[in-house]
Write a protein that binds this ligand. Structure first.
Ligand SMILES: [Zn+2]
Ligand SMILES: [Zn+2]
Length: 318
């Protein structure tokens, strides 16, 4: 089970009634933040999910509406008593920029690990002391707590999209476990994919597990033009969060010029990616009522939600 909160739904600059695009994810008591524009910590304070357990911050790109909230937030996390390191992921070139932003802070009681990626998949395991990561090559591996994949996008600065995948272990077959005389206290270990030894016999998980089951997939794509690689990258997401900077399809010229998308372009990606639900965000400050343009997306992809600040959702295994 994964909870998410859209902290803000605006692009470009924070407005009195609209914070900048940022997403907070809560999973197994740990948290991941995607993007951190100016004011993100205020939206987090309103949400009341706390600051201390943020283990990973994913940054899409260097533009201020996605990154300028970082120094203040990192200081607030420090004030919350955190001492475990925080991992910050971003596109190539982001480390230097973040190091510069951090210079404004006099002291942080924890370390920051910076990781620059382009197209990659990283397996994350959560521990009491923080997180452990390793590069993986198969998105649907059943091991690990969480797989974070990234995709290079097409924006006016190096930018990456994210997909988070929580694998689900294959179904456990109790009849097979009984057949092999495996005591019930070891069933959980096998279910987790661990090999167990019982009375000198080595029992492998595949002996009692069968079939693969789809996990939970969440995708986050902003800021970019639609590119051919996106539908495959977001394929069958339970929720696809996508920028819809312009609601009016007549703004396509501005979308092309500024390297953003219209609602209908985002909906087309959702349709091609066969996702379950589309959540639009990153609205232009010039668009006062994004809801008024929903038809431009819904006629292409009916299961569309217009994001708003504080929107909360829980994703579960289907
Ligand atoms: Zn932006
Ligand atoms: Zn941008």
């Amino acid at each position: 089970m994964l909870d998410l909160a859209l902290l803000g739904s605006g692009g470009s600059m924070p407005m009195p009634d609209r914070f900048l695009s940022s997403l907070l994810i809560r999973y197994n008591g740990r948290k991941i933040l995607i993007d951190c524009g100016e004011g993100t910590q205020v939206a987090m304070r309103i949400l009341k999910w706390g600051f201390k357990s943020i283990d990973i911050i994913c940054i899409t790109h260097k533009h201020g509406d996605h990154i300028l909230g970082l120094p203040g937030l990192l200081a607030t996390i420090g004030n919350s008593g955190r001492t475990e390191p925080i991992l910050i992921i971003g596109p190539n070139g982001i480390a230097k920029i973040i190091e510069g932003l951090i210079l404004s802070l006099s002291y942080l009681p924890y370390d920051i690990k910076l990781m620059e990626v382009s197209n990659s998949s990283t397996r994350v395991n959560f521990f009491q002391e923080g997180v452990e990561i390793e590069e993986v090559y198969n998105n649907y591996s059943s091991n690990g707590d969480l797989i974070i994949s990234t995709l290079e996008l097409d924006h006016s600065a190096p930018c990456i999209g994210y997909s988070l995948y929580i694998p689900r272990s294959p179904k456990f077959n109790p009849e097979k476990a009984t057949y092999y005389n495996i005591p019930k206290n070891l069933w959980k270990n096998l279910q987790r994919g661990e090999t167990v030894t019982y009375e000198g016999n080595i029992i492998e998980p595949h002996m009692v597990l069968e079939g693969s089951r789809k996990g939970i997939k969440l995708s986050y794509i902003t800021d970019t033009r639609p590119i051919r690689a996106i539908p495959d990258f977001i394929k069958e997401s339970d929720l696809f969060i996508c920028e819809g900077t312009y609601g009016d399809s007549e703004d396509i010229g501005k979308a092309i010029e500024n390297k953003h998308m219209t609602f209908s372009e985002a909906a087309q990606l959702a349709y091609e990616g066969k996702v379950r639900e589309l959540l639009l965000t990153h609205f232009s400050p010039a668009m006062e009522e994004p809801q008024g343009y929903i038809e431009n997306a819904a006629k292409i992809f009916p299961n569309t939600i217009i994001g708003c600040d504080g929107y909360i959702k829980t994703l579960t295994y289907s």
